[in-house]
Every structure is written in structure tokens, then in C-alpha cells.
Write a protein that binds this ligand. Structure first.
Ligand SMILES: NC(=O)c1ccc[n+]([C@@H]2O[C@H](COP(=O)([O-])OP(=O)(O)OC[C@H]3O[C@@H](n4cnc5c(N)ncnc54)[C@H](O)[C@@H]3O)[C@@H](O)[C@H]2O)c1
Length: 438
């Protein structure tokens, strides 16, 4: 046991969760929390609510629930706020998203109708396929950021929140490379005043959150807070940040399976992944510039897990292709196929096929909950900057400069749980069997 854990402020009072984007993921998340609070559903898929953590030796038989081990906000203390370019309430948005059954949405109508989105910061160039009317105007991007900062303060005051977190669950923006204006805060703020086209709306939200000392989690692959100017602002303002891109569906499967193949030293010739998806996310990603952002996020995973440089005989030059096809009949019920060509002893070839008929937002909603609760915990534990221990939740984990992201879901989980043990002053678990030694 280490001397003592970290001083964590208690989770007293209300936690406001501010959602950027009130679409399929956000409404499924909000409706789910409301249903769970009513006792009508279980928080399946949520590590914070259902997960346990072993403490001490196996023989100690001490395995509390995570939510009983670290002080997390209670679901009854959560209040929701949102921004969207459409003015539909969460009730109408949930009906449009078509993820949850109509009867379930009706049962939650009152709670969902009370969540109405604030006007969004939006730029058509970043998401070409959708146009909404609930959008802020201002003389430059700094003024838009100030409007968001005012929204945040007003929401906190009106709802009587003690603490806030912000989660980006809005559409994926077009692919952009970081450039000089993203490198330091001075250049970034000047670019806000100059209305520079290289400042994406997601960066303006992140900036507003960090200026308001609100933790920011990025559920989409766009850069947002993953630029030096904003990671520095997060450090300077003592605010935790994390991203990018919720790890659900096909990438979740990839990061479960690939570490297993590698652990047995099985080789990979190629991995072909294709999806059909018919929701609004699928429609936005049908635009090549938006898909490029997603593709970058999805492609990096295997490279990092399999380490072709370390294992050239097994993984050098494997082919990796990822496709998303917009196909409206399926709505949110994505179907993802993987054709995996592997080889074993003496180079003999084998094939694995996966057909994952998943529900995208059903997989993403519990991640929103966990991230909101863990980011709030991180802030109360005075953790700041990039929260790599939350890589578990992301396809393209944000890391400090010079570090490669950890994609192996089992290492990610161990890192997450060991971080919680560390916070509470418990021994880290290494799985080393000391009984073999004298
Ligand atoms: N569902 C998943 O499994 C999953 C996994 C990883 C990442 N994501 C990402 O999460 C995001 C949300 O997914 P979804 O299925 O809910 O999409 P969605 O299209 O149903 O919802 C996105 C919402 O964001 C709104 N929006 C767009 N730009 C905005 C802005 N600048 N400000 C405020 N609102 C804005 C849209 O109007 C829409 O209502 C997408 O970027 C998606 O790529 C989803």
C-alpha cells in the first residue's frame, strides 16, 4: 500500500453535463440516464456503474464496485445541457434518431422535452451535409467563443450546478492538419479575432470550456482540443481534457482481437473492414473530407498494436482498409464486416470473418456517461491536461507530444484501473506471481 492516496474533493452537489450535439449518441445517453434513474433500465456497458476493481491480493477477496471505490457523481445529481444546430428538444431528436423504441422515448417524454439545445457555433464548411437554423452569429470567432462562455456560466447558475463537464458528441468535422495558428495560445486567440478559417467550431467549444475551467472530452475524431495551444491552456488552467473518437463498433472489435493475435505471435497479411450505416453520422461521413478524419482515426489502431517494426516477420506491410458506406435503410443499426487474413506455424494461411450487427449509439452512450463521471473525478483529484488513463474509451487516444498512443484495450483497462488504485493509495496490480520465488 502506498502511503496515502490523492486528496479528492467530494462529489457534492449537482454535476452539469454539457453535450455539444444533441443527436443519436447524446439523446441515447440522456434517455438512458433518465431511464436508469427511474429504475426502468440497467447501466449496461458502463464501467463506472457496473465495473469492479480488485484490491490487494487475490486471496483478499476484495473487489468493490468502481463507483463505491472512488467518489463519482451520483446519477441522480446529473443535469444535462446541450447545443445543436437544430432546435429540436431531446424528445424530438431522440425520435428522429430512431435508436430507441418509440414507447421507451414516450415514457421519458417529459424529461427529454425539457432538454432544449442552446444555439450552436457552426460553420458549414466543416460539416457540409447538414444545415440548421439554431446557430449563433457574431462579428468574429472570439465573439462566438465569448457567447459559449456566457452560455456555460448561465447554465451553471440557472441549474444550480457545482461542477460541469463538456462532451463533444457533434458531427465529425472535415479533416484538417494542425498549423502555426494552433501552436500557441497567443496565435490561436489572434486567429479567433481574425476569424481564421483554420479554427474549427470544435476548437471554439474546447476553448470556451477550458477558459471556463470545464473538463472537455472529445468523442469525435476532429482535432478540437488536440492542438498545442489548447493542451497548454488545459495545463495552465488546471483542466483535464481527453479524446479522440469514441471507441465503439468495429474499432472496439479490432482492439479486442488484434492484441490476442499478437499475444500468440500469429501473423497478419491484411485486415479489410467495411461498414454500412444509415444515420445522420453516416450521412455526414459520406462526404470524403469528413470521412478522411474518421479514416485517419480508424487506421492508426493496428499499426500501434501490432508494432511491425518490432515484429517485421509477422506484421510488416500488412494491408489495412477501412470503408464506411452510407446506407439509409439500416439507420443507427450499423453492420460491420471484417475479413482478416492471418498466418500461423510455417506460414500457413487462415481467415477470420466478423459480422458485427451493432447499434452504434447503444455502444457509445455508456462511454459518454463514464467519460463525464471520470473527467469530473479527475478535476476533483486535481488532474490536468491530457488524461491518457481514459484512452480505453477512444479510437485515437490523445497523448502528450512524443508519446505513441496505447491502443490495446487490455493495457488501456489496466492503466485505467491502476490510475484509480493510485488515486486511492492502493497497491497497483502487476499480476506478478511472487509465490514462485524463495
Ligand atoms: N455512435 C458511435 O458509435 C460513435 C463512435 C465514435 C464517434 N462517434 C461520433 O460522435 C458524434 C455524434 O454521433 P451521432 O451518431 O450522435 O451523430 P448525429 O449526426 O446523430 O448527431 C450529431 C449532432 O451534432 C449536431 N452538430 C453538428 N455540428 C454541430 C456544432 N458545431 N455544434 C452543435 N451541434 C452540432 C448535429 O446537428 C447533430 O444533431 C459523431 O462525430 C460521430 O462520428 C460516434
Amino acid at each position: 500500500m502506498v502511503e496515502k492516496g490523492v486528496d479528492i474533493a467530494p462529489a457534492n452537489g449537482k454535476l452539469g453535463i454539457l453535450l455539444v450535439g444533441l443527436g443519436a449518441v447524446s439523446t441515447t445517453f440522456v434517455a438512458g440516464v433518465e431511464a436508469i434513474r427511474k429504475g426502468a433500465a440497467q447501466p449496461i456497458g458502463s464501467l463506472t456503474q457496473m465495473g469492479t476493481i480488485r484490491l490487494g491480493k487475490r486471496t483478499d477477496n476484495n473487489c468493490p464496485k468502481i463507483k463505491d471505490f472512488v467518489p463519482l457523481a451520483d446519477l441522480d445529481d446529473i443535469v444535462f445541457g446541450a447545443w445543436d444546430i437544430f432546435s429540436d428538444s431531446a424528445y424530438e431528436a431522440a425520435r428522429n434518431a430512431g435508436v430507441l423504441e418509440k414507447s421507451q422515448v414516450e415514457d421519458l417524454r417529459e424529461q427529454l422535452e425539457s432538454l432544449r439545445p442552446m444555439a450552436a457555433v457552426f460553420e458549414q464548411n466543416y460539416v457540409k451535409r447538414i444545415t440548421g437554423e439554431n446557430v449563433k452569429t457574431g462579428k468574429n470567432k472570439m465573439e462566438l467563443a465569448e457567447q459559449l462562455i456566457a452560455d456555460i456560466a448561465r447554465f451553471k447558475e440557472e441549474k444550480g450546478c457545482d461542477r460541469l463537464v463538456m462532451v463533444w458528441a457533434a458531427s465529425t468535422e472535415i479533416f484538417i492538419e494542425p498549423s502555426d495558428i494552433h501552436n500557441d495560445l497567443e496565435a490561436f486567440e489572434k486567429a479567433l479575432y481574425d476569424d481564421d478559417a483554420r479554427i474549427a467550431p470544435s476548437m471554439i467549444y474546447a476553448y470556451a470550456a477550458l477558459k471556463s475551467k470545464v473538463p472537455f472530452a472529445n468523442g469525435a475524431p476532429n482535432l478540437s482540443c488536440d492542438i498545442p495551444a489548447l493542451t497548454k491552456l488545459a495545463e495552465d488552467n488546471n483542466v483535464p481534457i481527453c479524446g479522440k473518437d469514441f471507441k465503439t463498433g468495429q474499432t472496439l472489435m479490432k482492439t479486442i482481437l488484434a492484441p490476442g493475435l499478437k499475444s500468440r505471435m500469429l501473423g497478419l497479411e491484411g485486415w479489410y473492414s467495411t461498414n454500412i450505416l444509415g444515420n445522420r453520422d453516416g450521412e455526414v461521413l459520406d462526404d470524403p473530407e469528413n470521412f478522411k478524419t474518421k479514416e485517419e482515426s480508424k487506421l492508426s489502431v493496428l499499426e500501434h498494436i501490432l508494432q511491425p517494426d518490432v515484429y517485421p516477420d509477422l506484421y510488416k506491410d500488412f494491408a489495412h482498409v477501412v470503408r464506411i458506406n452510407y446506407y439509409p435503410p439500416r439507420g443507427d443499426n450499423k453492420e460491420g464486416w471484417d475479413a482478416i487474413d492471418i498466418f500461423g506455424w510455417l506460414g500457413y494461411k487462415m481467415q477470420i470473418k466478423i459480422d458485427f450487427m451493432c447499434r452504434d449509439s447503444i455502444l457509445a452512450a455508456p462511454l459518454c456517461l463514464d467519460l463525464a463521471l471520470f473527467m469530473d473525478l479527475a478535476q476533483r483529484a486535481k488532474m490536468k491536461g491530457i488524461q491518457e488513463w481514459l484512452s480505453f474509451y477512444f479510437k485515437a487516444p490523445q497523448t502528450a507530444p512524443g508519446l505513441y498512443p496505447e491502443h490495446d484495450i487490455f493495457i488501456q483497462l489496466m492503466k485505467l484501473k491502476n490510475t484509480l488504485r493510485h488515486l486511492k493509495g492502493e497497491d497497483l496490480i502487476t499480476h506478478l506471481g511472487l509465490e514462485y520465488y524463495d
